[in-house]
Design a protein around this ligand. Structure first.
Ligand code: V47
Ligand code: SF4
Length: 375
């Protein structure tokens, strides 16, 4: 492993700028935005894989984490109109969408009674009638029914809307949900932070500053959160670097991000369907550069329901050390956007099998990366 990065440094003919980057990686130094851009523009797949895998194995060895989780999607009715979204229905057309009651969602939780699930992930559209007090009650009831279950819920987009609607400051709103039992936040809604791109693809929802502020508030309350980046649509390499740079800076300050999750844009049945999806090579380069750039993010996750199983396996050689969870066919966001995974479910044995097939060690974790079991 160590040899592979030194061999890059010693490789005759390698662009000296890449040698500098390899030395920085070896010495745990941060690469600059300009260097990140150079990796996107000129880095070969083989070189990026070597660099990212060096970091991945230095930090985690062969350990590849997953958890046992399920999703609850309270509604796909949404007041916003993100152009890449294949999932949401406008409030005015809500007869086509679903809206779950608190009792219906509690039934979903009860369906897992007696099963060793450690996390429920709650995320959905932004429904004007599902306010913060509705979700406070839901969280309290889940907590009362199953105190050990980690509740990860609500993107910054959903939270921003809930807080504004209730006329609560972001800090008071977050405290209210945290006190009810919300443990951590997922990383959705970040998309691409650049204002011009946001205007083009998701003009009406919370902006970059608001997204980052909501996560910073959660971190200051001791909560952990994730961060995503929706890539492979209209954004440029500069926009990707800008996005990762803002997250890296925020993490230096508040230190509460666990995982960075690049999300590949899928183009089925949405207002951006004319944009072709990027190639697998572009996917792997992006994962590798994310691992190299995000030096203060402990984990890089490939979300297998979105990428597909084989691609997710490949990412394990390009910096990724986490494959999310078993999911149990409980999310529709990606199947509706055209992912190969139409009914995303993996048993624990299947997920472990995928990880072992590519020579990695499968480790079941809880949401906060405490080890539950090693296979
Ligand atoms: O913010 C929507 C994305 C996100 C499409 O934190 C799309 O552990 C691709 O953030 N093509 C929500 N992506 C999901 C999310 C997530 C998923 C799994 C784990 C975690 C975590 C977070 O889904 C949205 C948006 O970026 N999305 N439509 C699409 N057509
Ligand atoms: Fe609504 Fe989220 Fe879809 Fe945007 S991505 S329209 S906020 S459900």
């Amino acid at each position: 492993m160590n040899g592979s990065i030194s061999s890059l440094i010693d490789l005759p003919g390698l662009n000296p700028a890449f040698k500098t980057i390899a030395s920085k990686i070896e010495n745990r130094q941060r690469i600059s935005p300009e260097e990140g851009l150079l990796l996107f523009e000129k880095g070969s797949l083989a070189m990026l894989g070597t660099m990212a895998n060096f970091i991945r194995e230095r930090e985690h060895g062969h350990n590849t984490y997953f958890n046992r989780n399920f999703h609850i999607e309270p509604t796909n009715v949404c007041v916003f109109s993100c152009k890449f979204c294949s999932y949401s229905k406008l409030y005015s057309k809500r007869e086509e969408g679903w809206e779950l009651s608190i009792d219906q969602m509690l039934e979903k939780v009860k369906a897992y009674d007696g099963q060793p699930i450690t996390e429920v992930h709650i995320v959905g559209g932004v429904h004007p009638k599902m306010d913060i007090y509705f979700f406070e009650e839901l969280i309290k009831k889940i907590r009362a029914h199953r105190p050990d279950l980690h509740i990860k819920g609500f993107t910054a987009v959903e939270l921003d809307y809930m807080f504004r609607k209730a006329k609560l400051s972001r800090t008071d709103g977050m405290k209210l949900l945290h006190d009810a039992g919300l443990d951590s936040l997922p990383g959705g809604g970040a998309e691409i932070f650049d204002a011009v791109v946001r205007e083009q693809i998701c003009a009406d929802k919370v902006d970059a500053a608001g997204w980052l502020d909501i996560h910073a508030i959660a971190h200051r309350l001791g909560m952990h959160t994730n961060a995503t980046m929706l890539y492979g649509h209209v954004e440029s390499y500069e926009h990707r670097i800008d996005h990762m740079e803002r997250l890296r800076n925020q993490q230096d300050e508040t230190k509460g991000f666990n995982t960075f999750i690049p999300l590949k844009f899928r183009n089925f049945d949405n207002e951006m369907s004319h944009i072709p999806e990027v190639s697998s090579i572009e996917d792997m380069k992006l994962y590798a550069i994310a691992r190299i750039y995000m030096d203060n993010f402990p984990h890089i996750k490939a979300y297998w329901p979105m990428l597909g199983r084989e691609q997710a396996q490949l990412t394990l050689s390009f910096g990724v050390n986490d494959l999310d969870g078993t999911i149990d066919d409980s999310t529709k966001i990606y199947s509706m956007a055209g992912s190969e995974e139409q009914n995303p479910t993996l048993t624990t044995d299947e997920l472990v099998g995928l990880i072992k097939q590519v020579g990695r060690q499968a480790v079941e974790r809880d949401t906060l990366y405490n080890v539950v079991n090693t296979y």
